[in-house]
Design a protein around this ligand. Structure first.
Ligand code: FRU
Length: 513
């Protein structure tokens, strides 16, 4: 009897300790409250983004045994609303062919693979095998492409028996397959990143692939290795079908380190052609902390949703000061292709589902005033969506902006420099920075302002995502203050007081209580 009581007591203690440690993890310092982050371990790129039967799947590069990069797995989470994520067991483990690097997933609607058994359509993951043994032996053909499939809505996975499905011809960097269905020709197309360009392969069944074309050796930015390409179809604002290649590169981004550029053009099922001159560079995000972004497959034709890894690969991803876990994703964003005077351009905003996170039980702070008296929040918990409209017509200031700060005088300053036509994020005094000499800096983006500037900023514990003028310009930046920022101030320089409307909307945590 005594033994049973002791036994029950120990079990209870074990579960209490477990739940206490989980809560500590979720509320630990720098833990994002409304962005996805792994409870423990290392995360990098989002992978295998696919929508199937009411669920958005998010797989990601994951190493469970440390908070730095290591043997890569595909971890897995699902969501019904793109905001709240349920962790599922790891989907793909490394095997004798290599680590499981980045890739994509598709629903095989017409059972082209022949994998289907029951009523569920096969979900097929297409990923890179990275063979460390080959790498150690100095072999160039260390990367190849493999596939795996699930017949139970992504819950369990079987690797294809005849992997790899795309062998390597001797290219050291040969990875990150993004696959999509090209309906006019009823074929699968794959974009692959091959060191300094993207290659396109085509297939009828996801198993047998044929090389089709290459793009980009002389196009866009080349300050680093091309990784994680995403070629997707868009219906532009003028109703035309266009194709956009989002192309990640590491390093070589606008403000240093890793980042995402994009190309707009046409695609005929084999070849992508760039609408713009080869030397034109267009950045998808102008901040330092949005990398490896790719889009969901399986969505309606007029919807393109992207999610990125909110860190900077070469500069500091592996040394940011979080304990037990590293990295978060950006908020999923709806991307649109808009026809402008200078050609087609991408705009991006948080997906409409983000509205469901508005915390109705806390106060929304709405203000319309002059920029002279300007503290919007003091001693508050800064976990908000900030909407601002600066009306510049009469006041002609040289600069307007806002600042997040704390009692330690640490701050992140976001400014709109109307003289230089530049938007900037200054994190030179934003708290912890010793982990990298590259962290503490001011990042700039050129942007021509009109007479009114609208800004949406998602402010979480360790990040800000900035969307200017309905997402024409985006900047994503992370930070690590020693105590959370709890004050928000608007500022201006030069001119008379500018009229500004502000709305500070509290956002709920996505962690279960
Ligand atoms: C991008 C990347 C990919 C690769 C993966 C490895 O961040 O380097 O090119 O597949 O990460 O984890």
């Amino acid at each position: 009897m005594r033994k049973t009581i002791l036994h029950s007591f120990l079990i209870l203690f074990f579960f209490l300790a477990l739940s206490f440690s989980a809560t500590a993890q979720r509320n630990g310092q720098h833990r994002p409250q409304f962005h996805f982050s792994p409870e423990r371990g290392w995360m990098n790129d989002p992978n295998g983004l696919v929508y199937y039967e009411g669920e958005y799947h998010l797989f990601y590069q994951y190493y469970p045994n440390a908070t730095v990069w290591g043997p890569m797995h595909w971890a897995h989470a699902v969501s019904k609303d793109l905001m709240h994520w349920e962790d599922l067991p790891i989907a793909l483990y490394p095997d004798s062919l290599g680590y499981i690097f980045s890739g994509s997933a598709v629903v095989d609607e017409f059972n082209t693979t022949g994998f289907q058994r029951g009523k569920e359509k096969p979900i097929v993951a297409i990923f890179t095998y990275h063979n460390m043994e080959y790498e150690k032996a100095g072999r160039k053909d260390r990367e190849s492409q493999g596939i795996a499939y699930s017949l139970d809505k992504g819950r369990t996975w079987t690797k294809y028996a005849h992997n790899p499905v795309v062998k390597n011809k001797g290219d050291e960097d040969f990875r990150d397959p993004k696959v999509f269905w090209y309906a006019p020709k009823k074929i699968w197309c794959m974009t692959l990143a091959v060191h300094d360009h993207a290659e396109i392969y085509v297939s009828k069944n996801l198993k047998d692939w044929k090389y089709a074309s290459a793009f980009g050796k002389n196009d866009g930015a080349h300050g680093g290795v091309w990784e994680c390409p995403d070629l997707s179809r868009y219906i532009a604002s003028d109703g035309k079908e266009k194709w956009v290649l989002m192309q990640n590169l590491n390093p070589g981004a606008l403000n240093g380190g890793s980042g995402v550029q994009y190309f707009v053009g046409n695609f005929d099922g084999e070849k992508f052609t760039n609408d713009n001159p080869s030397d034109q560079i267009m950045w998808f995000d102008h901040g330092t902390d949005n990398y490896a972004g790719v889009t969901w497959s399986g969505l309606p034709a007029n919807r393109n949703i992207v999610i990125g890894w909110m860190s900077n690969w070469v500069d500091y991803a592996q040394s940011v000061p979080t304990v037990d876990w590293r990295s978060a994703t950006t908020i999923p964003r709806d991307i649109k292709l808009v026809k402008t005077e200078s050609g087609y351009r991408l705009t991006q905003l948080p997906v409409k589902e983000f509205k469901s996170l508005v915390d109705q039980s806390s106060n929304l702070i709405r203000n319309e005033s002059s920029l002279k008296d300007s503290i919007i929040l003091q001693n508050g918990k800064l976990q908000h969506c900030l909407n601002l409209t600066f009306n510049l017509s009469d006041a002609s200031p040289t600069e307007v902006g806002f600042k997040l700060s704390n009692a330690l005088n640490e701050q992140v300053v976001i400014g709109f420099d109307l003289k230089k036509n530049q938007c900037y994020v200054d994190r030179t005094n934003s708290g912890k920075h010793e982990f990298s000499t590259l962290f503490s800096a001011i990042h700039h983006a050129d942007y021509v302002f009109g007479k009114q500037i609208t800004v949406k900023a998602l402010i979480d514990v360790a990040s800000i995502e900035l969307f200017v003028d309905e997402g024409k310009l985006a900047m994503t930046e992370i930070f690590f203050p020693n105590t959370n920022f709890d004050k928000l101030t608007l500022f201006q320089q030069g001119g008379s007081a500018t009229n500004v409307k502000s709305e500070l909307i509290p956002i709920q945590s996505i962690w279960k209580k």
